[in-house]
Design a protein around this ligand. Structure first.
Ligand code: KIV
Ligand code: ZN
Length: 543
């Protein structure tokens, strides 16, 4: 996890930008507490550098980066990096964000393609080089570790990128990150581009101590291939995000690059410091916090990544797993779906099973999970590891509960209108009861919730999947909602339950709680001591 002083030439440093490039993309907003938890998990995963945010973007971003620097940026933890434009004020704020980490880094950037120079910067090439020099000099006077990125390098003139990188190295940058900002390049040309930069940039050649890095976006679906081409050409830092989240089509996904290097050792001859068994857990955490679900056929972390449907494949798998699997599911942290516990299992058996899965639960936390487990075991014949993981996430990894669900009752079917009655607690701990009709049970439930929380929004994504097979499987729901007034912001939520309506309500409520916390909305207050009851009209435009 620590950046060695003697650099191992075969070591690829993993720079995770889930909390910056990932989080800044539509629908991936996380609260400060969630960012801290993700940073903690990234440290467990073994990433070398965490780009914790963009401190100059807002006071909240600055505070989140500071907290991560102080709590996660310990001497044996990862480097904590902040992003900053090549401007004095940004750089000073960035340093405020990261300076308390044992290993702080300032990452500064400037658009350097002709398109960015003309339409964004509106400066000459000479002026661009002066900005780079001044910015890197200032950053280096503050931080022992400075990274520079010539943004949109993938579409820039390589001669100018070489000049900019040489200028940055001379001014004190030790990591040169080359971004394909718009996901435009192909693996062959990117490999040549990176190779030429390393060979021709004054002060940046092999043995100079400079680390070359690649940062690829996925607009043509080539981000992983381009990153690996960059690494083969000599880059020794890969900038990635969990699940590949990020602007537009996303960034390079950490799990794909790491597992390609890990699985194809003969091709790459490289190593990373990643504890691959933490990959799935990290993926689920990021998906649950952002409400950005992972497509089932996503490499490594998708639900189908290790399932075998075709008869011939199943037959092969029964004979030997190597017939159709190039890596084992447990290498990346998929726990085998063993049918372990049922309704006769006691607290001790549950505690032991959770311990085997890496969760040490005692006291109240164990009691809480045990109560949920008993309810689930009553509804389902067997409770699998996957069920337990979902239950833990649902129980412990949500946003702050400003509003909480007490009870919900829904009637639906072919006779009559789907109707939901919901009992909630508001921020003051008072009970509120509301009811609504809708076009279906989920719609009715969401409308009833809307009547309590009163945070106008558009539902932009609602997805359900079952965790295990069978009619009694636990269901997981992720939702994303968007603000309808002011700047468009989106918030995600996750819920798991053996009742899919309850899982849906939990997910929607988690997203609403995030929105309310971020926007400071008060929500519905009951009048006097009496709980209020109302029926929403069917025409309201939610869900
Ligand atoms: O895509 C990009 O160019 C970036 C830079 C700020 C590194 O995210
Ligand atoms: Zn980017």
């Amino acid at each position: 996890m620590t950046t060695p002083t003697m650099i191992d030439p075969n070591r690829v440093f993993i720079f995770d930008t889930t909390l910056r490039d990932g989080e800044q993309s539509p629908g991936c907003t996380m609260t400060s507490a969630e960012k801290l938890e993700v940073a903690r998990q990234l440290a467990r995963l073994g990433v070398d550098i965490i780009e914790a945010g963009f401190p100059a973007a807002s006071p909240d971003d600055l505070a989140a980066v500071q907290r991560i620097a102080r709590e996660i940026g310990t001497a044996d933890g990862p480097t904590i990096c902040g992003l900053s434009r090549a401007r004095e004020k940004d750089i000073l704020t960035c340093w405020e964000g990261v300076k308390d980490a044992a290993k702080p880094r300032i990452h500064t950037f400037l658009g350097m393609s002709d398109i960015h120079m003309k339409y964004i910067n509106n400066i000459t090439r000479e002026e661009g080089l002066k900005i780079v020099r001044d910015a890197v000099k200032l950053a280096s006077s503050l931080s022992p570790d400075v990274e520079f990125s010539p943004m949109d390098a993938g579409r820039a003139d390589i001669r100018y990128v070489i000049e900019a990188c040489a200028t940055a190295i001379e001014a004190g940058a030790r990591t040169l990150n080359i971004p394909d900002t718009v996901g435009y390049v192909t693996p062959e040309e990117w490999g040549d581009f990176i190779g030429q930069l390393i060979a021709e940039t004054p002060g940046g050649g092999v043995g100079s101590g400079v680390i070359w890095s690649v940062h690829c976006h996925n607009d043509l679906g080539l981000a992983t291939a381009n990153t690996l081409a960059g690494v083969l050409a000599g880059a020794r830092q890969a900038e990635v995000t969990i699940n590949g989240i990020g602007e537009r089509a996303g960034n390079t996904s950490l799990e794909e690059v790491v597992m390609a290097i890990h699985t194809r050792g003969k091709i790459y001859g490289l190593t990373t410091g990643i504890n691959t068994r933490e990959i799935v857990k990290t993926s689920r955490m990021v998906s649950n916090y952002t409400g950005m679900s992972v497509q089932p056929n996503k490499a490594i972390v998708g639900a189908n990544a290790f399932s075998h449907e075709a008869g011939i494949h199943q037959d092969g798998m029964l004979k030997h797993a190597s017939t159709f699997e190039i890596m084992t599911p447990d290498t990346v942290g998929w726990t085998q779906s063993k049918l372990v516990l049922g309704k006769h299992s006691g607290r001790h058996a549950l505690r032991e099973r959770l311990k085997e899965m890496g969760h040490m639960l005692e006291g109240d936390a164990l009691n809480q999970v045990f109560a949920r487990f008993k309810d689930l075991a009553d509804a389902k014949k067997t409770v699998t590891d996957a069920d337990l993981e979902a239950l833990l996430t649902d129980e412990f990894e949500g946003p702050e509960e400003i509003f909480s669900l007490v009870d919900i009752q829904v009637t639906c079917g072919t006779m009559g209108l789907p109707t939901a009655t919901i009992k909630m607690k508001n921020a003051a701990g008072e009970e509120v009861i509301e009811a609504a009709v809708g076009s279906g049970p989920v719609d009715a439930s969401f409308r009833a919730l809307d009547r309590v929380v009163q945070a106008p929004n558009n539902l932009v994504e609602y997805s359900v999947h079952s965790i295990t097979e069978g009619i009694d499987a636990m269901g997981e729901v992720t939702v994303r909602i968007a603000t309808v007034e002011g700047e468009r912001r989106t918030y995600g939520g996750y819920g798991a339950d053996d009742d899919i309506i309850v899982a849906s309500v939990k997910a929607y409520l988690a997203a609403l709680n995030r929105m309310v916390a971020a926007m400071g909305l008060a929500g519905h207050q009951p009048e006097g001591d009496a709980a209020s009851v109302g029926i929403a009209p069917t025409a309201s435009p939610t869900a």
